[in-house]
Design a protein around this ligand. Structure first.
Ligand SMILES: [Fe+2]
Ligand SMILES: [Fe+2]
Length: 254
């Protein structure tokens, strides 16, 4: 079980990306993860400090696990995502599987918060849907997109209630913005509504619960429902390849 979170092989200094070998490599945090944090913006200072020996990081960061040349879906889970995200996605998929849901729902559960793994949290359903769209059925991508809005609205017909955790996350008087309410209304009338709704039903928060199953039980379902590109995710020339590459090299300056 531990292999899912700890098998990461970290490159030695000698193996680091050749183009910048021997130089100090600086990292400027991505604006989306830095803005509003009250941290001083030292970009100008870093730019002024550049020299032949001091450059902006491009390519493999030795502080991160080495990704295979042709990365597959689960490589991102194992080598880039945090423990919380991996457990949450695997447990959600397993919960759906145990409840007898079909493979479309189980796969949507496995992928639903994929954007939170190593890319971006804000509007994660929309980002996540784009990230997986070229590789899954339209219905799975649709469910990933709309689970975000549906989470805020109960559906007694399947026993889904507004999450208690959202009261803690956002405060008890939080009201989702207009675009979320509009997308919920839109989703409610859609033929795939129940697919996204079932994702919310199995979207359980048990972040501190250890995995009590082997993730390999999902391998066949992934193989049937996620078309791994031959060149590897990030290198297949798809319209979203850059999003996967950003997770491989999150610290690139440009
Ligand atoms: Fe979510
Ligand atoms: Fe979730």
């Amino acid at each position: 079980m531990r292999r899912i979170v700890t098998s990461a092989k970290v490159r030695s200094a000698a193996q680091t990306a050749a183009p910048q070998a021997g130089r100090t490599r600086l990292i400027v945090p991505a604006p989306v993860g830095n803005i509003g944090m009250g941290r001083p913006n030292d970009e100008m200072e870093l730019l002024r400090s550049l020299s032949a020996e001091r450059v902006m990081m491009m390519g493999d960061n030795p502080a991160l696990a080495e990704m295979p040349e042709r990365p597959r879906l689960m490589d991102f889970y194992r080598l880039r995502f945090g423990d919380i995200q991996i457990r949450h996605l695997l447990q959600c998929a397993k919960h759906a599987l145990d409840a007898g849901q079909n493979e479309t729902v189980v796969t949507a559960c496995l992928l639903h918060d994929i954007a939170n793994g190593a890319l971006i949290r804000s509007d994660h359903g929309y980002w996540g849907a784009q990230l997986v769209a070229p590789y899954v059925s339209e219905e799975i991508a649709w469910a990933v997109r709309f689970h975000q809005a549906l989470r805020y609205f109960p559906d007694e017909s399947v026993g889904y209630r507004y999450p208690e955790s959202y009261h803690r996350f956002f405060g008890p008087d939080y009201v989702p913005p207009d675009y979320i309410q509009r997308d919920y209304e839109r989703a409610r009338l859609h033929r795939w509504y129940m697919t996204a709704r079932l994702v919310t039903l199995h979207d359980l928060y048990a972040f501190d619960k250890p995995l009590d199953f082997d993730p390999a039980i999902l391998d066949d379902i992934i193989a049937r429902n996620f078309k791994e590109p031959e060149e590897g995710l990030g290198f297949d020339g798809s319209p979203v390849a850059h999003m996967w590459r950003t997770m491989i090299w999150p610290n690139n300056f440009l």
